[in-house]
Write a protein that binds this ligand. Structure first.
Ligand code: PLP
Length: 427
């Protein structure tokens, strides 16, 4: 099943977009099929009892894997060919040593946190973060003795330093550690950026037992932001969004060093939060067009932003490093991002009623939560994804009633502008 992992032609280094069609798959081990078949099977037959024994020794960590030894196929909660090809290909985009794919983005996040935290530990996270993540951190983890503290996205370095120092002290008093700094950047839906390299540098001061720096890269990754190259330890994804890209599947991923990912893999095997062969196959299909989809959406988003910024009914467009951002935000953008992506916040003039009028009049932009699909979507964070925030928290994190969020798809940009023009216009 496994095929070549060659990444060069002569001395020429191949890019991920070229490797998405072939990397790690040998057609001649599957009757010449150009695409990997779907291995819709729960279990795998061992050639011998000795093989079964050897495979389990590795799977259960009873011995180290030999340098060139692949983990034999055992059972689809542990491994599956579609999943393995997908993980090998996904790792290329972020230049990670290893990737793991999960049944959902939340499965990736919760399994990672369970693997790396223990009772007494403290997590610091940037807010606003995805609602499911905040729910896990604020309401579920305390039941297991892990405390999480929200720090506003985009905090200045000195403020981060002071806050993290306090949290490390608190953790010490509870007999735990500041185990993780969890960053979602850009923040949803404000597009406020947090400085990944700055935080990585700061955490070096915590010594060898330093907290793991985990970055949810769902909004800009893997094309427009590469957290591992900026010093993060782990990258997390909701693959449901840009990577899946067609709004037809749910999945997640965690990527990082082989050592860290092995700890997360153990938890995934036992919690059973792995993805299935069919979803993995769909994701392999999606990876083939990832770059052209993300580029097309970003190009259209740029055009739409320019158009919206000159519209009389628009107060401000929230784009990473965009117009109206602080000097510091623009500086982080220049160092950290390779593009602004295609998920935008739009502050309309007026209040909720005016925002709802626009939402109800849009036709190509479909009114739904989620983002990163081929179709354009629009949502109203204040009354949906962030509706459980108190008015004070909404005000603190900029979740205004006149804020709508657009996810720009791959439709014709002029058609999307025509849709917005009609929705913003008079009857
Ligand atoms: C930034 C971010 N992270 C994580 C998730 C959770 O992913 P999933 O819905 O695939 O579980 C989402 C979902 O919207 C998200 O937007």
């Amino acid at each position: 099943m496994k095929g070549s992992k060659k990444r060069t032609i002569g001395s020429h280094q191949l890019r991920p977009e070229s490797l998405m069609m072939s990397y790690g798959y040998d057609p001649f081990l599957s009757e010449g099929a150009i695409k990997p078949p779907i291995f819709q099977t729960s279990t795998f037959v061992f050639r011998s009892a000795e093989d079964g024994k050897r495979f389990f020794e590795v799977a259960y960590g009873l011995r180290e894997r030999e340098p060139d030894e692949a983990l034999g196929l055992i059972y689809s909660r542990i491994n599956n060919p579609n999943l393995e090809i997908l993980e090998d290909r996904l790792a290329l985009w972020d230049e990670a040593e290893r990737a793991l794919v999960f049944s959902t983005g939340m499965a990736a996040i919760s399994t990672t946190v369970l693997a790396l935290c223990r009772p007494g530990d403290v997590i610091a996270y940037t807010a606003p973060a995805y609602g499911g993540t905040e729910y896990l951190f604020d309401r579920i983890l305390p039941r297991y003795g892990v405390r999480a503290h929200a720090l506003p996205a985009g905090l200045a370095e000195a403020e981060f330093k002071a806050a993290l120092g306090e949290l490390a002290k608190e953790a010490g008093e509870r007999g735990g550690r500041l185990a993780m700094v969890y960053v979602e950047t850009p923040a949803n839906p404000t597009n406020e950026l947090t400085d990944i390299a700055g935080l990585a540098e700061l955490l070096k001061g915590f010594g060898p037992e330093r907290p793991v720096l985990a970055v949810d890269n769902t909004f800009l990754g893997p094309l427009w932001q590469k957290p591992l190259s900026l010093g993060a330890d782990l990258v997390l994804y909701s693959l449901t969004k840009y990577v899946g890209g067609h709004s037809d599947l749910i999945a997640g991923a965690a990527l990082g060093s082989a050592e860290l990912i092995a700890r997360v893999a153990e938890m995934r095997t036992i919690c059973g939060t792995v993805s299935d062969a069919h979803t993995a196959w769909l994701l392999l299909r999606s990876l083939e067009t990832l770059q052209i989809r993300m580029e097309r959406s970003a190009e259209s988003a740029k055009k739409i932003v320019a158009w919206l910024e000159s519209h009389p009914k628009v107060e401000r467009v929230l784009v990473p490093g965009g117009k109206g951002c602080s000097e510091r935000q623009r500086e982080i953008y220049a160092r950290q991002c390779l593009g602004a992506g295609s998920t935008l916040g739009v502050l309309l003039k007026g209040g909720e009623k005016d925002a709802f009028r626009v939402l109800n009049r849009l036709q190509l932009f479909k009114l739904a939560v989620s983002l990163g699909g081929t179709e354009s979507l629009v949502s109203h964070p204040s009354s949906t994804t962030h509706s459980d925030y108190t008015p004070q928290t909404k005000a603190r994190f900029g979740i205004a009633e006149n804020l709508i969020r657009l996810s720009v798809g791959v439709e014709n940009a002029d058609d999307l502008i025509a849709d917005l023009e009609h929705a913003l216009g008079e009857d």
